[in-house]
Design a protein around this ligand. Sequence first.
Ligand code: LLP
Length: 432
Amino acid sequence: MSAPSRPADALPGHPHIVRRGDALMIEALRADELARRFGTPLYVYSRAAIEQAARQYEDAARDHPLALRYSVKANSSKAILQLLQRRGWGFDVVSGGELARVLDAGGSADKVVFSGVGKTDAELLAALRAGVQCINVESTSELERIDRLAGGLGVQAPISLRVNPDVDPRTHPYMSTGLRTSKFGIDQAQARQAYARCAQLRNLRVLGIDVHIGSQITTLGPYLDALDRVLELVRDIEHDGIRLHHLDLGGGLGIRYAGESPPAPGEWIAALSERLRARGQGHRALLVEPGRSVVGNSGVLLCRAITLKSTLERHFAVVDAAMNDLMRPALYEAWQAIEPAVLREDGHALRYDVVGPVCESGDWLGRERMLDLREGDVLAILSAGAYGMAMASNYNTRGRAAEVLVDGEQAHLVRERETLDDLLRCERGLPG
Ligand code: LLP
């Protein structure tokens, strides 16, 4: 598959990442120079791109009561959390670790929602002690456990139940979370009873209802279907005398990787708000947990071609980034655009498989890409701001990449490259 055709200079869907002459620019800085200055593999984010995406959500919040809770799992870098926290955003976390990161970045617990299908007692206690806004509960057994833990602390736990509406989000199966067969949430049919149980438990305070159907969703239909399903339930639950203060509709809005044209954040919120009004529920406060659509197209992964090799079957560009740095292609066969940092037009373009050095055939970053390359050239893998660094590992004893946030003409190193010492620090040899 070759890159989709595009007008000169514009990289569609990638604000602030442009081609100027031969050079790929992140805001005012050349990608090849960033690679030289900070080394590769290197994650680079555009502050202006993140702020532009954030602003679209903030604008939508003017027209409908809307709480913005950035989903930390998409990219948990401290600098990005700080940037959003300073704009007034709260956070969606899924572990005690993410909660600690948010607090460390200056986020306030009363704007944190805590989701996740398997929260431990220690994590729940940390959330209750910190005073999070809401715990999204995923089973009746978790409900009983939270009641007990909150009772032990002498507090009331603010909770929502995560309901599984059995709606197909029409995305990759690994990114679908609201189907009946999924491990997430409480079945729609069992939710009314679960709320009734909440009302009997003294250490719980019901705040709302939560639903998240999946990720990289590129059409509005599944969201509207899920909303309709949840509103039926809201009616029944409130009929039973339980008041729901907010509807948490999760995250999931897709971005443009190749030719997709997902709704903009403002369109998404406007459509939800309109559906609420049409159902006589225009007053309902919404809470959303976007991740990918805030940071995904603000970031690139820069890497350098180590070796170009041609076998009888294929041409390979072996680069210094690998599946441990960017797992999405290996895990989901995800397609992300690959652009040379400096365009060559030597007439030596070949159809390359861009692969990493890791000892697995699944270690590829892009397949069959027409590229005019020489060894040592820098490549940028686009749309790498979400679920890139956040999913990186140390497989093959590879230190994780450094991260840079570009702000106009400035480049801030926001995470140092992991060293071998970092990797070996937790290991203990056998005695004797
Ligand atoms: N809220 C909940 C409860 C979630 O499970 C997720 C993502 C989000 C919010 C944020 O969704 P977003 O706006 O980022 O789509 N690793 C995969 C994506 C997994 C998403 C998991 N849940 C990928 O690389 O595409």
